[in-house]
Design a protein around this ligand. Structure first.
Ligand code: NAP
Length: 277
């Protein structure tokens, strides 16, 4: 089985971004990362994103607010960043605390700065197959991994386990745009094992550690694992039992070292696209 390494795909995206940046005469595009509270996952994602933007020759800056900020106060602060001419793109770390009405904030975000595709305008564009907007970075990262490793998507049977607005649903639309035949699975799917076994490309985005083992994988299938978990041994693992599928899959992404690295590379690509627009 071939391991599809995220770092290699990220390096290719970096080359494209840097080549485009050479012809760029404006100020260095700046990403605003907006975080409310001190969740360890958010802080770790934020650090990774800042490091990635800087390594690509872009800028990133964090805006951090207390967990107990009121809806009105957050809205005011958010609007300042949203309207700032300095900021080319925004990454809002979600979920927001309960008192902040997330839907309202997502509807406020300037679609031209919405790098992770959370505004209704960008969601609609993804569903319409219009690539002038922004798809959620993780969903797009899955397609980038397949394309950069020359995995044909057209005409393939794709199963996606997970139907969230962040990964499963937008990914199903991106795969349809690539002319795949897509099945989206969720907790009410009957015979998940059988459905997955029919897939030539299997994407795991269920948020359940090691949910999928070799029984779910067709011989020769390509497996992309979006999940990230800290296992009971303190080590990171995915939604796929990577050790178990080696004899079945033809290619698979590892965790860590797979989709995560590509997600922030796509974020960088989106930042440059936003600045150019
Ligand atoms: P989510 O919002 O919790 O959605 C999980 C989806 O999986 C739901 O649609 C759920 O079905 C489905 N599901 C859960 N258990 C299942 C089961 N046993 N069988 C079939 N379907 C099942 O999660 P998410 O935000 O999409 O994230 C998914 C995973 O990706 C998480 O581990 C997250 O940490 C990771 N992630 C990684 C990146 C990255 O850059 N690598 C970025 C974002 C997220 P129902 O709809 O029926 O509940």
């Amino acid at each position: 089985m071939i391991t599809l390494k995220g770092a290699e795909v990220s390096a290719k995206i970096k080359e494209q971004v840097q080549a485009e940046l050479e012809g760029w005469r404006g100020p260095v595009p700046k990403l605003a990362i907006i975080r409310v509270g001190e969740k360890a996952d958010d802080i770790s994602y934020e650090r990774g994103a800042i490091k990635k933007m800087e390594s690509f020759g872009l800028q990133a800056c964090s805006y951090v607010y207390p967990e107990n900020i009121s809806h009105e106060e957050f809205k005011k602060e958010f609007q300042k960043i949203n309207q700032s001419l300095d900021v080319a793109g925004i990454l809002l770390l979600c979920p927001l605390p309960r008192q902040v009405r997330e839907k309202e904030i997502k509807e406020m975000i300037d679609p031209a700065k919405d790098l992770d595709g959370i505004s209704p305008v960008n969601i609609a564009k993804v569903f319409a197959g219009d690539d002038s907007g922004f798809a959620p970075c993780t969903a797009e990262a899955v397609v980038e991994i397949l394309k950069n490793n020359n995995v044909p998507i057209e005409g393939k049977r794709v199963a996606i386990v997970g139907r969230s607005m962040l990964v499963g649903k937008p990914l199903s639309m991106l795969m349809l745009k690539e002319n795949a035949t897509v099945t989206v699975c969720h907790t009410r799917t009957r015979n998940l094992e059988e459905v997955c076994q029919e897939a030539e490309i299997l994407v795991a985005a269920a948020g359940r550690a090691k949910l999928l083992d070799q029984r779910f994988v067709a011989p020769g299938a390509v497996v992309v694992d979006v999940g990230i978990h800290v296992g009971s041994d303190g080590k990171l693992c995915g939604d796929v039992d990577f050790g178990q599928i080696q004899e079945k899959a033809s290619m698979a992404t590892p965790v860590p070292g797979g989709v995560g690295a590509v997600t922030t590379a796509v974020l960088a690509k989106h930042l440059l696209k936003a600045a150019k627009q």
